[in-house]
Design a protein around this ligand. Structure first.
Ligand code: SF4
Ligand code: SF4
Length: 68
């Protein structure tokens, strides 16, 4: 599983360089594509760094899928 971005909530924060979620991801699993934030599922390690920095709480890690 991977981080889920809610496009209804995402305001595409950040701006100058890149959105916060893109900036913090240690795996380069999240990026901007066609004006939306997309997560590459097989790269995402469900660390929730992106969810933590998102000012709009637009990112969720499905809890039942998190493995530690
Ligand atoms: S949960 Fe972690 S690995 Fe997955 S997209 Fe967010 S920051 Fe990247
Ligand atoms: S951090 Fe949140 S608001 Fe900012 S671009 Fe990512 S998903 Fe959108």
């Amino acid at each position: 599983m991977a981080a889920q971005v809610d496009p209804q909530k995402c305001t595409k924060c950040g701006g100058v360089v890149q959105p916060l979620c893109v900036e913090v991801c240690p795996d380069e699993a999240i990026r901007v594509q066609e004006d939306r934030i997309v997560v590459t599922e097989f790269l995402c390690e469900d660390c929730n760094e992106c969810g933590f920095v998102c000012p709009d709480r637009a990112i969720k890690i499905p809890l039942d899928k998190v493995t530690f």
